[in-house]
Write a protein that binds this ligand. Structure first.
Ligand code: ADP
Ligand code: MG
Length: 239
């Protein structure tokens, strides 16, 4: 084996993870937000990240996505090490290989639903026409037909999250990071929204890493990682 290889050793018979972190650590002052986390996400898998408030869930997503630099550890995307890339390359990766869904939409208030959903494609250089066509297709599949021209202020919380889901998927990323995407929704809308996210991601084959506080919602996600005080507590399949 070449000494500079970036391949990670893995047990025979298991699919290569699309995204993996090893020994991830991040400190804020003397607060250990991440204290040595190993995580593997396989293509097409959905993983719920659960844990108490302040346990490091958001930090883990931000480190894996290259929004925040870890103090230690390594991150591989499809076998290529990405944590040491410069800011320009990392922001390009975020735009092309990753999709994001936040707790409350983070949609651009001045843009319509279809323009919001089309944003990553437009930023990636797609023509306006192609980007809007793809965005409308996803809005349609997510149950928003007829609402493509509404602005975020004219959508319910659940509808806005579906626009955010469309935006996270329209450029066909390898991994979707969702940080409490149902946190601002009532429980029924939250269930529907989580279902929509998992189904839409499964259609594209994207892996999903989703932080949730809600036990029942976490149980609806195929895999689970529990985190406590910046460390992995348990790893397992949904109950
Ligand atoms: P969670 O998402 O599980 O609630 P976070 O990852 O946001 O937890 O935070 C983990 C710990 O790191 C917390 O103690 C939090 O206060 C701290 N922390 C997170 N981000 C910052 C920051 N930008 N500056 C200082 N401390 C931070
Ligand atoms: Mg958080």
């Amino acid at each position: 084996m070449h000494p500079h290889t970036t391949d990670l050793p893995r047990p025979a018979g298991t699919a290569a993870p699309v995204l993996s972190g090893r020994g991830l650590a991040k400190r804020y002052g003397d607060q250990h937000a991440l204290a040595g986390v190993d995580i593997d996400v396989r293509a097409g898998d959905a993983v719920a990240i659960v844990g108490p408030s302040g346990s490091g869930k958001t930090t883990l997503l931000h480190v894996l996505a290259g929004i925040v630099r870890a103090d230690a550890g390594a991150i591989h995307l499809g076998g290529t090490r990405i944590d040491q890339l410069g800011e320009t390359r990392r922001s390009e990766l975020r735009r092309t290989e990753f999709g994001f869904v936040f707790q409350s939409g983070m949609l651009v208030a001045e843009l319509t639903a279809e323009e919001n959903a089309a944003l990553p494609l437009l930023l990636g250089g797609a023509s306006r026409r192609a980007a809007l066509t793809a965005a409308r297709e996803w809005l349609d599949r997510l149950g928003l037909r007829g609402k493509e021209r509404r602005r975020p202020g004219e959508l319910s919380g659940g509808e806005a999250q579906r626009v955010a889901i469309a935006r996270s998927l329209a450029h066909r990323p390898k991994v979707i990071f969702a940080d409490e995407p149902t946190g601002a929704l009532d429980s029924r809308t939250g269930r529907d929204t989580m279902g929509a996210l998992l189904a839409a991601a499964a259609e594209t084959g994207a892996a999903v890493l989703v932080v949730t506080h809600d036990r029942e919602l976490a149980d609806s996600v195929p895999s689970r990682v529990a985190i406590r005080d910046g460390r992995i507590d348990t790893v397992g399949a949904a109950a």
